[in-house]
Design a protein around this ligand. Sequence first.
Ligand code: SF4
Length: 318
Amino acid sequence: MRKLKERSLRVLKPFDPWNSPLCTCPFKYSLNPYTGCSHMCLYCYATSYIGVRKSTPKKNFIKNLVHDLQRTDPLVPINMGTSSDPYPPEESIYKLTRRALKILVSIGRKVLITTKGVIVERDIDILKKGNVAVTPTITTLDDNLAKIIEPGAPPPSKRLETLGILTSNDIPVGVRVDPIIPYVNDDEKEIEELIGRLSELNVSFIVTSTYKAKPDNLARMRRGLGDIGEKIYNLYKSKGVRVQGYLYLPREMRERLLRPIIRSAERYGMKYATCREGLVTKEWFNAPSCDGTHLIPFRVKPKNVVEMNLDRWLASEG
Ligand code: SF4
């Protein structure tokens, strides 16, 4: 029955980890108001699906969301931003994420927002009333490096400011320190500094993973990172092991890359997890979930959407 209902869904889809046998995410829905992504990260895994193009609002997004809400389990979390950032610069104009959040919060849906955007700050008024947690991505403290690897995203210094504003407004925040790319953001001292900074901002959970090469993202890294890009290309081509369309570094190399992050998180008393690494023993994963869904607070009791008459709500929303 659930499968049958899922087939009719338009924008709220069961999360698909692209068939990864290593994904440890709990069952959840994914929701992406935009397709394409203006943040243009070199390492993006989604570009083979969404293309390398600016964020474009999905047609009839709010109407389709309302349609889907009447056909999905109200207790299952919704992850916004699984394949396109929900807070690209275009969100200032279209406000699709804000409008969706207003609906989701009003009916008590559990929401996890994954973003590099700082426009999330604008929506604090909604977020703090709802069953909402935010997991920003921060891969480095170095604004200059971020400008190269995440050229369209706000600098990490600004992302950290936003993160501090979220936590000081009592919005649960976990951070994706992800991906860790060899030769790029794997310096142990810098990692220690980053985790220390997150701890000062009251972040209590981090999730991390190593960069996995796909043909398109590896080509972008090679082009965009000069000599280092060439080294990364050679490393993955010579040592990479194929897992469901990705090239993974051998396990001992991945452990070496991730260990400094996990040790720092331990030192600061944070919960931690790894994402799609096959590293699930306590040494690597001591949080209740890998994606941060365990951070979602319970502030609004889920409401029956039929009673809410979402169609009328939609008509009044315009
Ligand atoms: S923010 Fe996420 S979806 Fe957007 S380009 Fe970067 S990695 Fe891809």
